[in-house]
Design a protein around this ligand. Structure first.
Ligand SMILES: Cc1cc2nc3c(=O)[nH]c(=O)nc-3n(C[C@H](O)[C@H](O)[C@H](O)COP(=O)(O)O)c2cc1C
Length: 194
């Protein structure tokens, strides 16, 4: 059994709905247990984070980066960093914003940097970009063409009904990729660094 923790912040429900899609994708891989952890519960649920084979970080893009609540969680993780608690775990990330670009890439890079500071091993999205040729459409998987992690776009005046089905499928693909990777990772983890 491999375990995946998805730790996320969501101010208005979009990132939470995406986190649930990531979880669905991960749970589609046999022998995978998923914990969905809002950042507000991270301290109380530290054992689930410490025990996970992979941690997937999710934050909405607020003012071109992670939300303040996610940043508070990020800084709290320094306690886990001090103990090397997450070293050599797998990591991945996802984000949502209202604009098609919206500077989501910066958010993913913040998540990537957080993981690398912890000595984690980053799993990218691993999908070709969609919707970038004459026969493409908004229904394409990875329609926003990210590689560092998974991105979704939702109109500012809509709730989760504004999230494209293709973005949910992209999130599921990320969860599945991490869970597939975690299963292999468990069989032969990296040796702990000194
Ligand atoms: C404080 C704040 C800042 C935002 N900044 C951006 C931004 O920089 N780029 C963008 O495209 N959308 C921005 N948005 C829109 C959100 O990214 C978008 O609504 C997202 O889906 C919200 O996710 P959530 O419901 O999980 O909080 C911002 C929204 C808020 C509330």
């Amino acid at each position: 059994m491999s375990t995946i923790a998805i730790v996320y912040h969501s101010g208005f429900g979009h990132t939470q709905a995406l986190a649930e899609a990531v979880a669905r994708g991960a749970e589609s891989v046999a022998s995978t247990k998923v914990s969905l952890i809002p950042v507000a519960d991270a301290e109380a649920r530290q054992a689930e984070l410490d025990g996970a084979d992979a941690i997937i970080f999710g934050s909405p893009t607020y003012m071109g980066g992670v939300s303040a609540e996610f940043a508070k969680f990020k800084d709290w993780t320094s306690k886990r960093w001090m103990e090397g608690a997450w070293r050599n775990k797998l990591a991945a990330g996802f984000t949502a914003s209202a604009s098609w670009n919206g500077d989501k890439h910066n958010t993913l890079y913040q998540l990537l940097t957080l993981a690398l500071q912890h000595g984690m091993v980053w799993v990218g999205l691993g999908l070709p970009p969609g919707y970038n040729h004459s026969k493409g459409s908004a229904e394409d998987l990875n329609r926003l063409g990210a590689s560092v992690g998974a991105m979704a776009q939702a109109n500012a005046d809509q709730g989760i009904e504004g999230i494209a089905a293709s973005d949910f499928r992209t999130m599921e693909a990320l969860g599945k990729r991490v869970a597939d990777s975690a299963r292999r990772w468990r069989e032969q983890p990296l040796a702990q660094a000194a």
